[in-house]
Design a protein around this ligand. Structure first.
Ligand code: ADE
Ligand code: ZN
Length: 324
């Protein structure tokens, strides 16, 4: 790992907190909560992390998070991620959580948000590590279910800055959620959506024009659509790209084929993020390193990517200045 990458001040904009659940913590929480797992030990669980595509990952991801049951569990999960981020010189994070994946199992919305928010507040106090929380709707579920979740979030509005859209992309287009995104915007949430990860470039356009999101999560399919790329560059619409995720989920066959640098050099505001680091082989520094070693990104490229994240984040301009 180069000292340049380690010392670079970083901002993370695409991170699912449930995707930071390491096998060791799965076993620790299973024991604490009296749950029997289908795997003999941590290494047997890790060996099951063989993915062909997004869906094969999501199956394991939703299964793993069932050990998260109490407010303390969500606090411990988030705290471990923040401690790791602090070690890697990450200065600000905007993280997703998937409330429906927990409330569907009978976990209280309050326990999820209070646990995560408690850890976020402690990291700000101890390290000055700032954060925003983004509530993601699961796109394989109905718009009606998303509306119910928006309603459940009402008492916690002050803890939740944005609304997002994730889970199985193919067959679940942005247009399925047009009304709930419009209402979320009226309620004052900022908007983002996963689009163009496995789905087509047209989903990126629809997320921008119909859902009216301000940032696209992934968005790598834009590389196949020259007019869309030109628009993203012209309007400086940020893409929160996740290199190791794209490799492990076979969005790209090899890191040398990743579109990150082509997008960067075309003037698109691309950023580096970890997505689900416990499953994809690394946190922020590992993603920067993969671009350096696998794609030949220079230090100047990596610096520009880090600056793009500062540009794309939601901190007030006065606070952005203190990040770099
Ligand atoms: N949920 C967690 N990680 C995701 C990803 N990479 N794409 C869609 N949904 C997700
Ligand atoms: Zn994601």
């Amino acid at each position: 790992m180069s000292s340049f990458i380690r010392e670079l001040p970083k901002v993370e904009l695409h991170l699912h907190i449930e995707g930071t659940l390491e096998p060791e913590m799965v076993f620790y929480l299973a024991k604490r909560n009296g749950i029997t797992l289908d795997y003999a030990d941590e290494s047997a669980l890790r060996a099951a992390y063989q993915f062909n595509d997004l869906q094969s990952f999501l199956n394991i991801y939703y299964q793993g998070m069932q050990v998260l049951q109490t407010e303390q569990d969500f606090f411990d999960l988030t705290w471990a991620y923040l401690a790791r981020s602090h070690q890697e010189n990450v200065r600000h994070v905007e993280i997703f959580f998937d409330p429906q994946a927990h409330t569907e199992r009978g976990v209280a919305f309050a326990d999820v948000v209070n646990g995560i928010s408690g850890a976020l507040a402690k990291a700000k106090q101890e390290w000055g590590l700032t954060s925003y929380l983004i509530m993601s709707f699961l796109r394989h579920l109905s718009q009606e279910a998303a509306f119910e979740t928006l309603q459940q979030a009402k008492p916690f509005k002050s803890f939740i800055t944005g609304v997002g859209l994730d889970s199985a992309e193919r067959g679940n287009p942005p247009t399925k959620f047009t009304q709930v995104f419009a209402v979320a915007a009226q309620q004052g949430y900022r908007l983002v959506a996963h689009a163009g990860e496995e789905g087509p470039a047209s989903y990126i356009r629809d997320a921008l024009d119909i859902l009216k999101v301000e940032r696209i999560d992934h968005g790598v399919a834009a590389i196949h659509d020259a007019p869309l790329m030109a628009r993203l560059a012209q309007e400086r619409i940020p893409l929160t790209v996740c290199p190791l995720s794209n490799l492990v989920l076979k969005v790209v066959d090899d890191m040398s084929e990743h579109p990150m640098l082509a997008l960067l050099h075309a003037g698109v505001c691309v950023t580096v993020n970890a997505d689900d680091p416990a499953y994809f082989g690394g946190y922020m520094n590992a993603n920067y390193q993969a671009l350096q070693e696998g794609l030949g990104a220079s230090d100047a490229d990596l610096l520009q990517l880090a600056l793009n994240s500062v540009e794309a984040c939601w901190l007030p301009e006065s606070e952005k200045a203190t990040l770099v």
